[in-house]
Design a protein around this ligand. Structure first.
Ligand code: AOF
Ligand code: ZN
Length: 327
C-alpha cells in the first residue's frame, strides 16, 4: 500500500477533480505490476496496473490488488474498475480509503464481495486521506479546500516599503511555491497584491499541464485591465464590489474546483481567517529583515483563533515553513 501511495502521487495536480489513486498488484508475495491515475480522462489506477501486467506478460489471476481508493463501479470517463479487477482474475482487494463519491460509495466493495473476492478496507487509510484531502473535502462540502500561503521576514513583515516589490525568499523556495500552485485549481489574491506586485499567478518552473483559474478580489475596482492577470490571455475572475467569500467558495465548488490557494496579502488572508474559511496555512519564514516593514498580524494567535492547529513544519529551499491545519 505504501508503494501504491507513492505512485498515486504522480497524478497529484493532474487528475483534479478526481483524486490521485495508486494500485499495486501482488502475487505470491511479489509486486507484479503497478498503476496510477495519471491524468484526467486517463486510465484509472487499477486498469493501468492490469495493463502493466499484461504488457509484461505476467498473469494476474489469483493476485491481490492494493489500491488507495475503493474501486469504482460506474461508467464515467472510464469503464468500472470492478469489472477490470474481475476480468483480471484478482482474488483479493485491499483498499486504503472508501470512495465518498455518491456514484461509488460502498458499491465498489459490495460488487467485489458479491463476486466472491475478499475485500478489506482501511489499510493506511489516514495517509490516503491526507493525499486525497481536497477531493474528500470537496465530496463532503462541495467547496474547495482553502490553502493560504504567505511569506514573512524575520519580524513577520510581508513587504518592504523601502524596496521595489520583489521576492525575498530563495529560488528553491519559489520552486516549492510553484509546485503548490500546480496542485491547486484556483489562486486568489486581493487588489493590493496586484497593484504592488503585478503578479502573473501562473504555474511555471515545474511540470504542469494546466493553469489554475486566477481570482482577484477587487472590491474597490482599482485593478486596471492592463494588469498581467487580466491581460495575459489566461483565465481570471475579476471580482469588483462586495464579495461574499462563502458564496465565492460555493461557486468555485460548483465548478469542481477542489483546492483554492490564497496567496495574500495580509488583508485578504485575514478576511478568510476571520470568516473561518481557511483549512491550511503555509507560513514561509525568510531570514531577511525588511528596512521598512509591513507587519502582517499573521501570527500564532491569528491562526489559532481561526480554528487552526500547528503541525510539523517543512523546509522549502532555504526557508522554514510553519504549517497550520484546521483542527
Ligand atoms: C478508481 N480508480 O484510479 C480513480 C477513481 O470520471 P471518472 O470515470 O474518471 O471517475 C471519477 C471518479 O472515480 C472519481 O470521482 C472517484 O470517485 C473515482 N476515482 N476510482 O476506481 C481510480 N481515480
Ligand atoms: Zn475506477
Amino acid at each position: 500500500m505504501r508503494r501504491a501511495l507513492v505512485v498515486a502521487e504522480r497524478g497529484q495536480g493532474r487528475v483534479s477533480p478526481n483524486p490521485p489513486v495508486g494500485c499495486v498488484l501482488v502475487k505470491d508475495g511479489v509486486a507484479i505490476a503497478e498503476g496510477w491515475h495519471d491524468h484526467l480522462g486517463g486510465l484509472h489506477a487499477e486498469q493501468m496496473a492490469i495493463h502493466d501486467a499484461e504488457d509484461r506478460g505476467v498473469p494476474t489471476n489469483g493476485a491481490t490488488a492494493y489500491v488507495t481508493l475503493e474501486p469504482c463501479n460506474h461508467f464515467g470517463r472510464t469503464p468500472p474498475c470492478t469489472e477490470s479487477l474481475l476480468w483480471a482474475g484478482i482474488q483479493r482487494v485491499i483498499i486504503a480509503h472508501p470512495d465518498p463519491n455518491p456514484n461509488v460509495r460502498g458499491r465498489g466493495t459490495d460488487v467485489l464481495r458479491e463476486a466472491g473476492l475478499k475485500v478489506d478496507v482501511g489499510l493506511l487509510q489516514d495517509e490516503a486521506a491526507v493525499q486525497m484531502r481536497s477531493f474528500l473535502h470537496w465530496c463532503h462540502h462541495r467547496r474547495p479546500w482553502v490553502t493560504v500561503k504567505v511569506a514573512v521576514d524575520a519580524n513577520g513583515s510581508v513587504d518592504d516599503r523601502a524596496e521595489d516589490a520583489g521576492r525575498f525568499t530563495s529560488e528553491a523556495c519559489l520552486d516549492e511555491v510553484h509546485r503548490l500552485r500546480q496542485r491547486c485549481d484556483a489562486i486568489l489574491v486581493g487588489s493590493e497584491t496586484v497593484l504592488r506586485d503585478d503578479p502573473s499567478l501562473t504555474v511555471r518552473r515545474v511540470e504542469h499541464d494546466r493553469q489554475p483559474l486566477r481570482v482577484v478580489l477587487d472590491g474597490r475596482g482599482r485593478v486596471n485591465d492592463d494588469a498581467s492577470v487580466l491581460s495575459d490571455g489566461g483565465s481570471t475572475m475579476h471580482l469588483t464590489g462586495d464579495v461574499d467569500l462563502e458564496r465565492l467558495l460555493q461557486q468555485l465548488g460548483d465548478q469542481e474546483r477542489q483546492r483554492l490557494l490564497v496567496e495574500g496579502g495580509p488583508s485578504t488572508v485575514h478576511r478568510f481567517l476571520q470568516a473561518g474559511l481557511v483549512d491550511e496555512v503555509f507560513l514561509v519564514h525568510s531570514t531577511t529583515t525588511h528596512a521598512s516593514p509591513v507587519p502582517s498580524g499573521l501570527d500564532d494567535e491569528a491562526f489559532a483563533s481561526a480554528g487552526l492547529a500547528p503541525q510539523q513544519g517543512l523546509v522549502w529551499g532555504e526557508e522554514q515553513v510553519s504549517v497550520w491545519l484546521r483542527s
